[in-house]
Design a protein around this ligand. Structure first.
Ligand SMILES: Cc1ncc(COP(=O)(O)O)c(C=O)c1O
Length: 390
């Protein structure tokens, strides 16, 4: 079979499962009621919300009353970080996060600093991991919230959430732990009860669901100040008419991903290993950034080709319909180097020549084989053209 395209930018977004598209169309067409309406159409829409909430709750092993629907990972993170910090301000004004969080966590913390909160930004080791010891050392009697991502979206490092929770709760069980699980949900096990997490963010478009919808798990008894004010939707914590088709799509994507994970996760690991070993064999001067292979997430890895520019590699691969991303996050007009690679202490050449590969449950072995051949020839060509002498 001829390979038409190889989409290896699944940390940016994933392609929706066909079943999800069909279900969303059905809900839009047949179940167009407003879940808050008192008539039958309203109740039918409400039933969709209830069953979708139940699906997410079952996967996370939590109560469905602990799930709040949002517009995605960015909103879930903002709601958790700002909502919790502001609600518990009287207890203390010290907050802890890491230097390698997604901007939807870092920016709310920057905002809170302007409101007088004191924020500690923990640095990872050079594999992108935050040690529980560092978290323990940063805790103060005024700490109210710790926010740490589960899987890093640029290098695939996995944070030891259970151990981090243990050190926090041993010191003070009242400190709230929020986890951005946007990149891990559906691929790695994460259960708030088991891992000692109080709030957890999800985003549907990272697990083959639609864009613009997500959820926040909030442990019963934990309070937060809403970001929006309006009707009483989502217990008043996130007012606004719920996006029923997208929520139904998210629940179906979550269920399908969860059911497929036992077969698909080992496949991701196999593809990742195949891609990395082939690049390393052909280009021994390339370096894998972040965690050692076996310790990173199965679907995200980052490789630097020092001497080449990531953006040039990206566009050269695009010519063969292979889609990857650079290690650097581009903020609106200015292209700043990636804050994650910087925090990993990478030299400038390695930062500039970084490429992030992110796989999904929909990639096939034919695609990976095709990508390997093209990646190796593109890199060899660029290396000769740019006279890179490692
Ligand atoms: C780790 C992480 N958190 C949060 C987000 C934001 O999610 P959304 O795109 O749904 O706003 C992303 C998206 O790239 C992410 O990778």
């Amino acid at each position: 079979m001829q390979v038409k395209e190889v989409y290896l930018d699944n940390s940016a977004t994933t392609r929706s499962y066909p079943e999800v598209i069909t279900e969303m169309q059905r809900v839009m067409d047949e179940e167009y009621g407003n879940a808050s309406s008192l008539h039958r159409r309203g109740s039918r829409a409400e039933r969709i919300l209830n069953s979708s909430r139940q699906v997410l709750a079952e996967i996370l092993a939590v109560k469905s009353s602990e799930i709040i629907f949002t517009s995605g990972g960015t909103e879930s993170n903002n709601l958790a970080v700002q909502g919790i910090a502001r609600r518990y301000r009287r207890r203390g004004n010290h907050l802890i996060t890491t230097a390698i969080e997604h901007s939807s966590v870092l920016e709310p913390f920057n905002q809170l600093e302007k409101e007088g909160f004191e924020v500690t930004y923990l640095l990872p080791d050079n594999e992108g991991v935050i040690s529980p010891q560092k978290v323990a050392e940063a805790l103060t009697p005024r700490t109210v919230l710790v926010s740490i991502m589960h899987v890093n979206n640029e290098v695939g490092s996995i944070q030891p959430i259970s151990q981090i929770s243990a050190v926090i709760k041993t010191q003070n069980p009242g400190i709230i732990l929020h986890v951005d699980a946007v990149q891990s949900f559906g691929k790695l096990p994460i259960s708030p009860e088991e891992h000692g997490v109080d709030a957890l963010s999800l985003s549907a478009h990272k697990f083959h669901g639609p864009k613009g919808v997500g959820a926040l798990y909030l442990r019963k008894g934990i309070l937060l100040e809403p970001l929006f004010w309006g009707g009483g939707h989502e217990k008043g914590l996130r007012p606004g008419t719920e996006n029923t088709p997208a929520i139904a799509g998210m629940a179906l994507a979550a269920r399908l991903s969860f059911n497929r994970r036992k077969e698909k996760v080992p496949q991701l690991e196999f593809f990742k290993e195949k891609l990395i070993s082939s690049v390393e064999t052909e280009h021994p001067w390339a370096r894998v950034n972040g965690p050692r292979r076996a310790e990173g997430a199965p679907h995200i890895f980052n490789i630097s080709f020092p001497g080449l520019k990531g953006e040039i590699i990206l566009h050269a691969l695009e010519e063969y319909s292979i889609y990857v991303s650079t290690g650097s996050a581009c903020h609106s007009n200015s292209k700043e180097p990636s804050h994650v690679l910087k925090a990993l202490n990478l030299d400038e050449d390695s930062q500039e020549g970084a490429i992030r590969f992110s796989l999904s449950f929909l990639n096939t072995e034919e695609e990976i084989n095709y990508a390997i051949t093209r990646i190796n020839s593109v890199i060899a060509g660029l290396k000769t053209f740019h006279k890179v002498t490692p």
